[in-house]
Design a protein around this ligand. Sequence first.
Ligand SMILES: C[S@@+](CC[C@H](N)C(=O)[O-])C[C@H]1O[C@@H](n2cnc3c(N)ncnc32)[C@H](O)[C@@H]1O
Length: 359
Amino acid sequence: MAETLTKLAYQTFQQGKSYFGLAHKTLSTQLLNVLAPDAKREIEPLSTELLLQLQQRLNDLLERDWLDAEQGVYPASLLFDNPWEDFFRYYPQVWLDMPKIWQRVSEKRYQDFSPTVRLSGYPAYYVQNFHHQTDGYLSDQSANLYDLQVEILFNGTADAMRRRVLSPLKRGLESFAVAPHQLRVLDVACGTGRMLRQIRGMLPNASLYGIDLSPAYLRKANQLLSELPGELPQLIQANAEELPYLDNYFHGVVSVFLFHELPPEVRQTVIEQCFRVLQPGGVFVICDSIQLSDSPEMAPAMRNFATMFHEPYYRHYTTDDLGDRLEEAGFSAVQSETHFMSKYWIARKAAQAETTVNS
Ligand SMILES: C[S@@+](CC[C@H](N)C(=O)[O-])C[C@H]1O[C@@H](n2cnc3c(N)ncnc32)[C@H](O)[C@@H]1O
């Protein structure tokens, strides 16, 4: 009975977030058409069949999420974790920010930053208004709005998609016979810390680490993660191309929504770095956008994403074989799966004994 009620509560909670996301997108599109007709872009209408498929994929994601919580992979409380205070506080700013975004879009300005933002010290590919974000990833304002904007984009399922990382991560960590507090897990490009929050819910005693290039997003992550009981994850500002850790250090490495924002050759470098810092026997889980190879029917939705948002590396990403890249870096047993709008790669670094036997 209690479980049925919790499931019902979860479905209602997700439905609320989904309606909110849809309402926001409908209203802002209507407003954009009236106030800034020049900024109109070529958006492909999605067929009824595709919309139904999308709804089915979303339902399947939520069902899997619920089942994992029910089976104890992670606590059911995680299903309801949401930064409500931030959402209410910053939602008006999402609207107030829009005229600036529309202005930049209509003038095709994609590397436009406030004068107070320091731009030196970052790779050139990073200094962009990714998804037309004001100040890219480089201001506190951007960090305050990010989670809300991602939830709107994915109709409230961003965390449910992140949680698909948890069960393969947990399975991968089971091969290590160490005490829970000795497990070390790294989140590469941790952003505002939403993935680390989910991992902390599943692994309350593990040592968690996060790196990101954005000092503002790390400040936000620090603020949000410090609300949780247990040890604060160690956050470091660093480039994923040069992870500031010893070889063979982590039992698990994850990365969420990073690879579609990297140029192709940088994707390879980052994967190689993840391989380097992972212990033999360790697991690496990537979560990012779906791709054309396994979700061809979703091609119009992927094209719309590339049209509506400034994502200079996305089109290439949708055809990039990350499985090949992982194997080239030395990973084995690479598997992939898709859930709603995300694709996941689960890869292992062979344990020492396996390497010796295979070589
Ligand atoms: C789309 S956000 C994803 C953030 C977070 N993982 C999530 O689940 O929402 C991409 C993140 O990657 C970071 N990033 C991009 N390129 C990076 C690089 N070369 N090294 C480290 N972080 C990077 C950005 O600062 C941003 O926080």
